[in-house]
Write a protein that binds this ligand. Structure first.
Ligand SMILES: Cc1cc2nc3c(=O)[nH]c(=O)nc-3n(C[C@H](O)[C@H](O)[C@H](O)COP(=O)(O)OP(=O)(O)OC[C@H]3O[C@@H](n4cnc5c(N)ncnc54)[C@H](O)[C@@H]3O)c2cc1C
Length: 434
């Protein structure tokens, strides 16, 4: 739905959610279920952000997550992370069943696999089972090559996120093609009008407001690539390779999604599509590439998303970000936490995901790395070492030959060949010198 004409505007809402991706829509849906008057504002179209390009595995299996979280945030918080994500899978199932949402939801097995050294998987198995996840180690998979080992989580799921979003957004008031240029106190500033809300939720993927909150110091973005293959044998389980250059496999109807080539946005993509194409031909000689795309996600320093109050100085502004390429369960967790927060209820996971949490020592290395990258990017921008400067903070843009775009290595904004804005946190186009 487009924004209505000025004369028909109700300019005061209980809640405004900015961003109609999975996080914004689910959160708005849960609030509406509580009888709250909620409006969603979307700069482009529903699902046109990263959610439109996800592989949509609904899983608590987030790479070697639990062995790593135990080290970075401790056993008890790692346990909470596992429980929140397992609950999120169940919550999808409940929601889809209760509302009769036809979105090809299916419970499946999810595997991490290695062709090199199974030791890390064994450690992950110990951590996952410690937290009550139904997991087992195996060397048998459906993959078209042999593995050294695989760690399987039972009762995970997949669905069609487009069908799902299309259903839940029908129940919501969403204004598409409505970009928010700023939030001031309880005001939401649009191009041609100002709305007010008692509570505002920024579900814009990367937060667009720099101060307060300072999210530009707290996460960077990583990009990955996907081929949609036709003519392959079906693979029922979902697979994620933990080795360097590991691949991801996920069936979507008659197509197989083959993913990989992850890199920090703004850094050399290393011929991601060529490498994926070679892998496709090697493992599925008769396959045909139906389509291809890439997407990116925000990577917080301690490996835990930010869900909650934007900053201590903004009592009515909330944020959802930092999903590390696991945004399906994370969006559900965000929706549950913010529903409870806005309804004045305690949520057991709120503290773990709070943006006001204090970082552990293990995050400091990542923080320093990000600061270093930003200083380098700012230097390259200031001294015009590249043809374009990012309109977010002035970092030098780097060319991405895979997508033919100008990408920012500092915070991950992206622009077309001509400098048109593709991905935030930047809010406007960039100038590219010819
Ligand atoms: C290749 C790849 C594969 C992935 N696969 C999986 C997977 O299998 N499972 C999984 O759990 N996760 C996966 N993810 C991660 C997941 O896709 C994302 O975490 C999730 O989609 C992010 O949802 P979001 O709602 O936060 O962001 P988005 O979907 O990007 O939504 C944000 C919305 O905000 C809008 N917006 C931005 N700024 C403004 C503004 N100023 N005013 C108004 N609107 C604005 C945007 O237009 C956009 O529509 C994958 C990620 C990648 C990169």
């Amino acid at each position: 739905m487009e924004a209505p004409g000025k004369e028909r505007i109700r300019d005061n809402r209980e809640v405004i959610v900015i961003g109609a991706g999975m996080a914004g829509l689910l959160t708005a849906f849960f609030l509406k279920e509580q009888g709250i008057d909620v409006l969603v504002l979307e700069a482009k179209e529903i699902g046109s952000g990263q959610t439109g390009r996800t592989t949509a595995k609904i899983t608590s299996q987030h790479g070697l997550k639990y062995s790593s979280l135990i080290k970075s945030i401790g056993v008890e918080r790692a346990r909470m992370y596992a429980q929140a994500n397992e609950q999120a899978i169940r919550e999808y199932e409940r929601l889809i069943r209760d509302h009769g949402i036809e979105c090809e939801f299916k419970r499946v097995l999810a595997y991490l696999y290695t062709t090199q050294d199974e030791e890390l998987l064994k450690m992950e198995e110990d951590a996952a089972t410690l937290f009550g996840i139904d997991a087992f180690f195996t060397t048998e998979t459906e993959l078209p090559f042999s593995v050294k080992g695989a760690l399987c989580f039972r009762n995970q799921a997949r669905f069609d996120p487009h069908l799902f979003m299309s259903h839940i957004s029908r129940e919501l008031e969403v204004w598409e093609h409505t970009r928010v240029s700023a939030v001031r106190g309880n005001q939401v500033i649009l191009e041609d009008r100002v709305l007010t809300a008692e509570k505002i939720i920024a579900a814009t993927h990367y937060p667009f407001r720099n101060v307060p909150g300072f999210y530009f110091l707290r996460e960077h973005q990583e990009r990955s690539y996907v081929l949609e293959l036709a003519g392959c044998d079906k693979i029922e389980g979902m697979y994620y390779g933990i080795d360097k250059d590991g691949l991801s496999f996920r069936q979507a109807g008659d197509f197989l999604l083959l993913g990989g080539g992850s890199h920090r946005t703004g850094q050399e993509p290393g011929e991601a599509y060529r490498r994926l194409t070679e892998a496709a031909k090697r493992y599925f000689p008769d396959c045909r590439i139906q389509s291809r795309w890439s997407a990116q996600d925000c990577m917080p320093h301690d490996g835990v998303p930010f869900i909650g109050r934007y900053s201590v100085f903004t009592p009515d502004l909330y944020v959802i970000t930092g999903f590390q390429k696991w945004g399906m369960t994370s969006s559900m967790i965000a929706a549950m936490i913010l529903r409870d927060e806005l309804c004045g209820r305690q949520n057991p996971y709120a503290k773990l995901f709070s943006p006001q949490r204090v970082y552990g020592k293990a995050s400091i290395g990542n923080l320093l790395l990000d600061v270093g990258m930003s200083i380098k990017g700012l230097y390259r921008g200031l001294f015009r070492k590249t043809p374009g400067r990012c309109s977010h903070m002035g970092c030098g843009l780097e060319w991405n030959p895979e997508e033919e775009s100008w990408d920012c290595p500092c915070h991950g904004s992206r622009f077309s060949v001509q400098g048109k804005l593709l991905d935030n946190p930047a809010k406007k186009d960039a100038e590219i010198k010819k």
